[in-house]
Design a protein around this ligand. Structure first.
Ligand code: GDP
Ligand code: MG
Length: 666
């Protein structure tokens, strides 16, 4: 087989690794001589690949294709005059923007080029990723990654030299802007140097390249005057020197290109550094707590603003389902109780809870974003100072924050506390953190009575929970554990951009728990309530005479001083122990309406004041059975009983207090 011959040059900035690549390509068998006429060392070597014999010249390191220094002149002469089959541009990829400058000049000239991104090990260590495919597309040339010092990627480079240089492509066109482009255009029409693209010649003339000007003048004297004329006109327009303008435009192009094709994952030190700067504000002694409160407020505002329209959609669907179910059962000749079970019981009850799914998902979404970004840890840190002032620990604030989603993971998260006393305290107060199951209650009542200030009202309840938790913990600490606080270090991980996928997964993991609960415990609770409301036989559904009416009536007078002493409220609270969502579900079932209708009904039973007292009661009184079971599992009966007892008493006491004091002022 006949061997084909190729001649290539290695060009690149000094220290980009040219000689290292050269040695690997040629196996170090270099022939060292001098460039004709000058005593700058010239290394030439050869390698065989497939049916090619490739001779390689290691050119002196240069930054641009100008001819100011001897090195530049040699490299440029080789490229312009010896007409090699191609140039491999060795690029220090860890300094891409600067190193690509030479490559763009060669590409403008229309030289057959292969880009060799060397020093990829440094790039990777810096946490950067270069989109070589994109670079290759933009430039229309082969791009090969190497770590020349380790010989990595050399075979691929050989392959690219032999196969990648065959393709013919257009010269790169950088847009130099309207003014300059006009003069390039003008000159381009008047010059020609055989073997060089006329656009490139025009640009070189504008750059003031002596050698090119001399070559051009050989073809026609007038070109000198035209060039001077163009340059003068341009510099007047631009107001500064033309060469700078051209270089600037090329760098503008490169800077855009690098932004497009380089993804920079900040390395850890940089991230810590940036985090530090952000923290100067977010965990600032004075700003930290207001910012935290502002964040929480923002979360609730957006949860309600965005969730509203979605809830309306689900509500409409439920209303339609209820009607269709009872109509369908009626037309099939089904018994009346069956249609009541479906429309009054299941669909009203479960539906009135499901309506809050968008709000709950949005809340979990917000929590997931705050956690993933690293802000949650800051919230705990910020609260640490505050909590220390109260003799408590900032670290117990994280389980408390988790309690906002659901108290069960919150209670379990207390396991991370080093001290047993702190752990038990954190568990005891966790139910005071307003979990997402209470949200339907707030949404219903705040929506009915405080439509304008929903966000504020709900925010106030969350805040009340936090404050109570801190006070209660302080008291219990004094009562049961003694006063000292063990020193602990608060972790502050660097901030990071949450990923969409990660955040959505977290949202769904927790949000689907709510759905499962709606399908099981809430579903069963609602059926039980419906049964108790329908029995004994013959009684009017959900009347005072039904079992549930009697049950509720037996203890509802206890809540009279709190403003909601009617039996439906008593029943709602009682069944709310199954799961707090059931409070709303019970109203739905008892009144046989979904959310919109429920608002109407509730407006007739409550006043704004008693509604607020009821929300406070719902927030504080007895945790749901799942939470009670978790407390038992994590501690013992004594602490479990204490939690149930204090929360019931505290809830009642506060609800009554709010109602009684409120009555004086309102
Ligand atoms: P030249 O000036 O372009 O000929 O560059 P050299 O080949 O002399 O290399 C300059 C320095 O970079 C030398 O110390 C090489 O060992 C080193 N070097 C070359 N390629 C790589 C690489 O891929 N990774 C790293 N980390 N160093 C390299
Ligand atoms: Mg060298």
């Amino acid at each position: 087989m006949e061997t084909k011959k190729l001649k290539i040059g290695l060009a690149g900035n000094p220290n980009s690794g040219k000689s290292t690549v050269f040695n690997h390509l040629t196996g170090g068998h270099a022939h060292v001589g001098n460039w004709p006429g000058v005593t700058v060392e010239k290394k030439e070597g050869k390698f065989q690949f497939q049916d090619y014999e490739v001779s390689v010249v290691d050119l002196p390191g240069i930054y641009a294709l100008t001819a100011y220094s001897m090195d530049e002149k040699i490299a440029r002469d080789f490229i312009l005059r010896e007409k090699p089959d191609g140039i491999v541009v060795i690029i220090d990829a860890s300094n891409l923007e600067r190193n690509l400058y030479l490559a763009t000049q060669l590409l403008e000239l229309g030289t057959n080029v292969i880009l060799n991104l060397n020093m990829m090990d440094i790039v990777r260590n810096k946490g950067m990723a270069i989109d070589t495919k994109k670079l290759s597309q933009i430039f229309g040339v082969a791009v090969v990654e190497t770590v020349a010092s380790k010989g990595e990627g050399i075979e691929e480079l050989k392959e690219a030299i032999v196969n990648g240089l065959k393709k013919k492509r257009d010269s790169l066109r950088i847009d130099y802007g309207e003014d300059i482009e006009m003069e390039i255009d003008r000159l381009e029409k008047r010059v020609s140097i055989s073997g060089y693209p006329s656009r490139w010649v025009a640009i070189k003339l504008l750059e003031g390249d002596r050698e090119i000007l001399e070559m051009a003048m050989r073809e026609g004297e007038a070109i000198e005057f035209q060039t001077v004329d163009s340059k003068k006109r341009l510099e007047e327009h631009l107001g500064y020197d033309l060469e700078t303008a051209l270089v600037e435009k090329r760098y503008a192009f490169l800077s855009g290109l690098v932004k497009e094709s380089v993804a920079k994952r900040l390395d850890l030190m940089e991230r810590l550094d940036i985090s530090d700067r952000i923290d100067r504000i977010l965990v600032n002694r004075y700003l930290g707590i207001p910012i935290f409160l502002g964040m929480m407020w923002l979360v609730f505002q957006s949860v309600f603003t965005l969730g509203g329209p979605l809830s309306d959609g689900i509500e409409a669907l439920m209303g339609w389902l209820g009607e269709s179910a009872s109509a369908g059962i009626g037309s099939l000749g089904g018994p009346k109780w069956l249609s009541s079970l479906f429309s009054d019981g299941i669909i009203s009850g479960v539906g009135s809870v499901l309506v809050f799914l968008p709000n709950i998902l949005l809340l979990f979404l917000a929590i997931a974003i705050l956690e993933a970004s690293g802000y949650m840890a800051r919230a705990a840190f910020v609260m640490d100072r505050f909590m220390h002032a109260l003799g408590l620990h900032g670290k117990s604030f994280i389980p408390m924050l988790m309690g906002f989603g659901c108290n069960i993971p919150g209670i379990m998260a207390a396991r991370t506390m080093e001290s047993e006393k702190d752990r038990i305290l954190t568990i005891l107060v966790n139910p005071l953190m307003s979990c997402s199951a209470r949200l339907p209650i707030y949404t219903l009542f705040a929506g009915a009575f405080f439509a304008e200030n929903q966000g504020w009202v709900v925010f106030s309840l969350y805040l009340l929970g936090i404050i109570l938790a801190i006070i209660v913990a302080r008291i219990f600490k004094g009562l049961f554990f003694g006063a000292e606080v063990s020193p602990l270090i608060m972790e502050l991980p660097p901030y990071r951009m949450p990923t969409v996928k990660g955040v959505l997964i977290h949202m769904w993991e927790r949000g689907s728990l709510f759905l499962r609960k709606a399908g099981t415990i809430i579903f069963l609770g609602v059926i039980l309530i419906w049964l108790l409301a329908s029995l004994p036989f013959g009684v009017e559904y959900a009347s005072k005479e039904s079992f549930i009416g009697q049950l509720g009536s037996s203890f509802s007078p206890l809540f009279k001083p709190a403003g909601f002493g009617f039996w439906q409220a008593g029943v709602a609270l009682l069944f709310g122990i199954l799961a707090k969502e059931v409070v709303v579900g019970t109203f739905g079932t008892l009144y046989g309406v979904e959310e919109a209708g429920l608002k109407e009904v509730i407006l007739t039973h409550f006043t704004p004041l008693s509604a607020y007292a009821f929300m406070v009661m719902s927030l504080i009184y007895i945790p749901c059975i799942a939470a009670i079971a978790t407390i038992k599992r994590e501690t013992n009966w004594k602490w479990t009983f204490l939690t149930v007892a204090y929360s019931l008493f505290l809830g009642w006491f506060l609800a009554v207090g709010i109602y009684q004091i409120g009555k004086i002022f309102l």
